[in-house]
Design a protein around this ligand. Sequence first.
Ligand code: ADP
Ligand code: MG
Length: 263
Amino acid sequence: NIMQAHDHHQDDAAAPSHVAAETMIELTGVNKWYGDFHVLKDINLTVRKGERIVVCGPSGSGKSTMIRCINRLEEHQEGIINVNGVALTNDLKNIEHIRKDVGMVFQHFNLFPHLTVLENCTLAPIWVRKMPKKEAEEIAMKYLERVKIPDQANKYPGQLSGGQQQRVAIARSLCMNPQVMLFDEPTSALDPEMIKEVLDVMIELAHEGMTMICVTHEMGFARTVADRVIFMDGGQIIEENAPEPFFNNPQSDRTKLFLSQIL
Ligand code: ADP
Ligand code: MG
């Protein structure tokens, strides 16, 4: 029974120690349409501070749309989205507030090609946060060191490998000091040998206590890092569970089919 699988989580044993009691993100009864197409169907999801969520599911199931709604890259039509205590409404002040708290990393990096790595990282802190240039550069270098590419600071994105570009994208997000990081298939455009260097950065971030929602099909990552794995299909959350029961004892036939295709 699908709903039982979904509800089961509520009864789970105590949360891991890195998960705080406070709610960081809450979606309640969220529905979204693209024209006539009902893309998100009654999404309910609570993410607590420090929690790491992996979202998986077939292509077209609404994973990107769901996480893009969380920082208003897409607009939902029904339901409530709350981020760090602020409701996502048409109020521009709220949207701005939420975007400051939420970092996002995309499949295709989305770096500015005409800016250097360092300039990519300092642009928003300088222009959005009004940070002095020197301070923004110091912070950027700190994060470029964290993602292990300080030596690439003065290059342009096109001169970097895909794995390096994605690490720049992560560093750029971190420069805004986000409370939550959203990852939308951050490794799926990468050559296999570069996947690990990006996942390693994400794992480190998780261990530093970052609240994360990661859309990914890297099931090794999900097993080691996720507190909860969420499976979406047809615009719905079909099943969610801790990684161990999710992978070893999936409840829904759709989850079983999906896992049989990717594992
Ligand atoms: P996923 O990330 O799980 O692959 P998406 O959220 O990207 O799924 O897409 C879900 C569905 O919505 C797909 O059928 C897709 O074609 C459709 N879709 C996505 N973006 C748009 C859009 N801007 N306009 C119309 N349909 C869209
Ligand atoms: Mg997607």
